[in-house]
Design a protein around this ligand. Structure first.
Ligand code: SF4
Ligand code: SF4
Length: 223
């Protein structure tokens, strides 16, 4: 899931300094779970903007905000409001905000900061788990991501700085990812995975692909 947190309201007001009429858009998926873009947050934003002299012409919880075709369909119901508005405030993640920006002719401002791809441990508690590095290593690490969870992003670890109680030298409040990987591989009887020296990460792979079309990568694909 994409984890986001609210932007400071002052920052949003600064974006809107030249805007009087506003539309607010939330998202039914990640932003709702993170409690930054569901109906309660959209209504809270509406109230705060109105208290600060803005006119909220409409709002909608997109389902979800990162699906271009769905957003295009959802925004048709707000056609009139969007034609009169000076700006949109998006309470989706950065992906959803970019989709909204593509489909609107007025400025679309982010109301949230997008933090990372993470796991929801419980409401309000999220664990960073993936940096979308483009070359997943989980197959030999026991399913624990060294790129994200090791402070140095090492593929051959541990670094030698881990403390005796298994904490990271860079962030002493965190467990050393490589000790966790060791323990997990031991449990899986796969410790020999650690005998292979891994090549340094190829950062060229991490050049952002920009877009992926499954028709190009799968000749059997019927999409
Ligand atoms: S190695 Fe880690 S950062 Fe890279 S894709 Fe896999 S989980 Fe994500
Ligand atoms: S102590 Fe462990 S988690 Fe911290 S940088 Fe070294 S290998 Fe990575």
């Amino acid at each position: 899931m994409v984890i986001s947190e609210k932007k400071p309201f002052e920052e949003i007001l600064e974006y809107l300094k030249d805007a009087k009429k506003v539309v607010i858009l939330g998202c039914s998926l990640c932003a709702t779970v993170c409690r930054v873009g569901g109906e309660p947050e959209v209504l809270e934003m509406k109230k705060k903007l109105e208290e600060n002299g803005k006119q909220v012409l409409g709002y909608k919880i997109l389902d979800p905000a990162c699906n271009y075709m769905q957003v295009r369909k959802d925004l048709k119901g707000l056609k009139q409001e969007l034609s009169e508005a000076d700006a949109v405030i998006s309470l989706a993640c950065g992906d959803g905000t970019q989709t909204i920006a593509k489909l609107t002719d007025i400025p679309a401002y982010p109301g949230n900061n997008t933090m990372f791809i993470g796991e929801v441990e419980r409401v309000g508690q999220y664990e960073e788990v993936c940096l979308a590095c483009g070359n997943c290593q989980l197959g030999w690490t026991g399913g624990i991501c060294p790129v994200t969870k090791c402070s140095k992003g090492l593929l051959n670890g541990p670094c030698g700085g881990a403390t005796k109680d298994g904490k990271c030298e860079v962030k002493p409040e965190h467990d050393c990812a490589w000790i966790q990987i060791y323990e997990k591989l031991k449990k899986l009887n796969k410790l020999d995975n650690l005998e292979v020296i891994r090549e340094p990460r190829n950062y060229a792979i991490n050049v952002h692909p920009n877009r992926i079309d499954l028709k190009d990568v799968c000749n059997k694909c019927t999409l």
